[in-house]
Design a protein around this ligand. Structure first.
Ligand code: 3HC
Length: 311
């Protein structure tokens, strides 16, 4: 049964109130938020790697500048989200340790390789498109710091999606070779993008409780369906083909029927057996190791400054 505090807390959630860091919250609420926000932050930081791979290979100076700005934005999104998670009583170091040890997850999508420039278009269009679908509702999440981080992040995500779509437009309307690259990128990123919304609702571990606490606003399948409904017409506009022979408009449900991703592949990637898992974590481990001298310097300086103040 519910304790009086839990009952009062749920009444606040149901009334649409924002919960702030210093206020009482059930331990489960805190734990779920730490899990989701820290993994969201890890996704932003690891998500810089696939795109970073193409900054030095961008086809024009303008494209290089745009991609650089987007990758820098992702770093900022990670910092907002790590800061939101820290308000719940976990340190940045603990979260980094959870990522590097494999205890914490990051979005499966970033374990796929970026093989051509068209992948930069597909990532902006599909991956940031899916992230927008998921993050716009999260602006209304019940935890204050997370909601405010989402509001800020959503403002920048539309630029990310738009610049990706422009790359796809340019290539889909370019030479045959460019159009084939754009179609190849769509083929490789379509199903992994559908996986970003999480397992089917029937297999979702956290959805029910997360929705009761307004940590999750829509179910995984709802957002996946919304993403397909919006994206298929965009693919048609580009003159590209979604790699799903069973994709069909269903007049009755006013949405597309579509083939689900291969969930066995999804769980393999989550287990660490995706194409790039080791490479991505290796890059984050190296960044942590290479930064040790700098962190030690800052810590030593802070200790000396504190000693001077105390003297
Ligand atoms: N990749 C990795 N893990 C995933 C996943 C995915 N695509 N989808 C689900 N999972 C994990 C969940 O984290 C959970 O594992 P855990 O208990 O160890 O955390 C398990 O699979 C069961 O899934 P559930 O549906 O029960 O879990 P959630 O209720 O947490 O729903 C979620 C999953 C929809 C991703 C939700 O956590 C969420 O909305 N998170 C915030 C959004 C987010 O993290 N987006 C990352 C996208 S990339 C991004 O934003 C960067 C952008 O700039 C491109």
């Amino acid at each position: 049964g519910e304790t009086p505090e839990e009952h009062a807390f749920q009444a606040r959630i149901d009334a649409g109130e924002k919960i702030e860091p210093k206020e009482w919250m059930p331990e489960g609420y805190r734990k779920t938020l730490i899990r989701q926000i820290s993994q969201h932050a890890h996704s932003e930081i690891v998500g810089q790697l696939p795109e970073g791979n193409w900054i030095t290979r961008a086809p024009t100076l303008e494209r290089k500048a745009i991609l650089l700005a987007k990758v820098q934005d992702e770093a900022g999104h990670g910092l907002y989200l790590y800061s939101a998670a820290e308000t719940l009583g976990i340190s940045r170091d603990e979260m980094t340790e959870q990522l590097l040890s494999g205890k914490a997850k990051y979005s499966s999508i970033f374990n796929y390789p970026t093989l051509t420039w068209a992948d930069m278009g597909a990532i902006g269009w599909l991956v940031d498109g899916a992230a927008i679908m998921n993050q716009v509702p999260l602006q209304r999440t019940s935890y204050g710091p997370y909601s405010r981080a989402m509001i800020r992040i959503c403002k920048e995500e539309s630029f990310h999606q738009r610049q990706g779509f422009h790359i796809m437009m340019k290539m889909a309307r370019g030479t045959d070779a460019q159009r084939e690259m754009a179609q190849d990128a769509l083929n490789r990123f379509w199903y992994p993008s559908l996986m970003m919304f999480g397992p089917s609702d029937k297999d979702s571990v956290h959805s029910q409780q997360s929705m009761a606490w307004k940590i999750k606003i829509n179910t995984n399948d709802e957002l996946r369906q919304r993403f397909v409904n919006e994206t298929v017409p965009q693919a048609e506009f580009l003159g590209l083909t979604v790699p799903d022979p069973d994709l069909a408009w269903n007049e009755e449900k006013q949405g597309y029927d579509f083939t689900e991703p291969d969930w066995s592949e999804f769980y393999e990637v989550l287990k660490g057996n995706g194409p790039c898992n080791r490479e991505r974590l290796g890059a984050r481990q190296k960044a942590w190791d290479d930064g040790a001298w700098f962190r030690d310097g800052l810590t030593a300086y802070a200790e000396k400054a504190a000693a001077r103040r105390a003297a």
